[in-house]
Ligand binder design. Sequence first.
Ligand code: USQ
Length: 384
Amino acid sequence: MRLLILGGDGYLGWPAAMYFSAKGHEVAVLDSFIKRRWEMELGVEPLIPTPPLHRRVKLWEEIAGQKIGLYTGCLTEGRLVYKVFEEFRPEAVIHFAEQPSAPYSMIGRRHAIETQVNNLSGTLNVLFAMKRSTPGGHLIKLGTMGEYGTPNIDIEEGFIEIEHKGRRDTLPFPKQPGSFYHLSKVHDSNNILFACRVWGLRATDLNQGVVYGIDTEETARHPRLNMSFHYDDVFGTVLNRFCVQAAMGHPLTVYGRGGQKRGFLNIRDTLQCLDLAMRHPAGEGEFRVFNQFTEVFSVLDLAELVVQTGRKLGLETEVEHLTNPRVELEEHYYNPVHQKLSALGLQPRLLSEVLVDEMIAKIVAQRDRINPEAIRPRTKWRSV
Ligand code: USQ
């Protein structure tokens, strides 16, 4: 298949590009490198420096004997997006090219606006380009479980059957997102749903949980094929952060009581899910939603697991309950349905089987690179 990966420089985009290239697909990536600018603005960087994308693409070709096409430019530039779609004519598009961080979007007015303008206008340009050049193509869009928030009922996969005043309908599941970033994904979902309904496009919205992991089969093929692994307070996800904190002997930064429950998945399962979505495309005019995670944990469960695993490796650390910088429930019901990917054949790698100790050991080997200034949270949802 001709597969276009938007956001090919990122934590998920680059491993996905190599994964699909290794399977023999014709892959091209597009990236504006704006994430690298955001990192510089905040003074943070991935644990292991990621070589420029041009160099990784070349190295991949030398190692795997497969070419990955490279486009540079921003999705907010509509003409460029038209040109890329017209030239490459992708049969499937995997769209990761968004500002991915909730804390970034909550720094202030400019960051909230930048997040929403970037994410929404980029996705709208993709939808218009698909309508114009590849109306039969399949859009696989990275959404988030955070679109739903934490309601006191089971979370369905995108839609809920409702009976109201004696009448029934199936409607989009209510959304209660927890940041301007998560809101941007809700707005994207609405725009994509509309484009499918009105123009007959095909789309899969992957409502993904919190991803963890430091490598994949392909990144492990060469030290300079690594992905952008963040542990800082803005771009790092919680389990990756805890593993880094354990490796440096820093108390684990649990926000509030730590009873916040989330869906989690290993980065290798992200690749498996993308593969399943691609091999089983949405129908014409169909907008479908997959809840993409494999297990639910509370933040405190994860912190305790990391403390225990760290101790086995001789690392002394403990849990520290910080005043929660976010506005979120710290104890709540959480039971999201996640059956659609399992029905397609997803074989999860559970955290109990994934070697958290291996992940921590790999981080320990990079311990000198850790910036202690990037550990404690700096962004507060409410300033008072
Ligand atoms: N948390 C801590 N300590 C930390 C970092 C986070 O207790 O040091 C807590 C947060 O308060 C939150 C939970 O851990 O309750 C998850 O936080 P996170 O930063 O790992 O995840 P989040 O901000 O929700 O965003 C991440 C990705 C985002 C993706 C989302 C999936 O950055 O791109 O959309 O996970 S989900 O959370 O399901 O919405």
